[in-house]
Design a protein around this ligand. Structure first.
Ligand code: ZN
Length: 83
């Protein structure tokens, strides 16, 4: 396992080197492995001091109905050259 990415807070994620603002939410059941992408507009509703592990119990899989999820930063490459 790499470092526990879900211990970081949304603030650390937003201000980190990668600057991720969206989230990837994976179903906790690996056999289901349903994945949902939360766009930055939705993630911005939560304050900076919320950690990813705080959010995990809040999700219910829309495919299998299981509660709990694996939340990770969405490190999609930022648009380059637009600043
Ligand atoms: Zn599921």
């Amino acid at each position: 396992m790499p470092q526990a990415a879900n211990k970081i807070t949304l603030g650390e994620m937003r201000n980190g080197r990668a600057g991720a603002r969206g989230l990837l939410v994976f179903c906790a059941d690996y056999r289901c492995s349903h994945m949902t992408r939360l766009p930055p507009a939705e993630v911005d509703r939560w304050p900076d001091d919320v950690s990813l592990s705080d959010l995990e119990p809040r999700f219910i899989c829309s495919k299998c109905g299981r509660r709990g999820a694996d939340v990770r930063p969405d490190f999609r490459p930022a648009r380059m050259g637009t600043c």
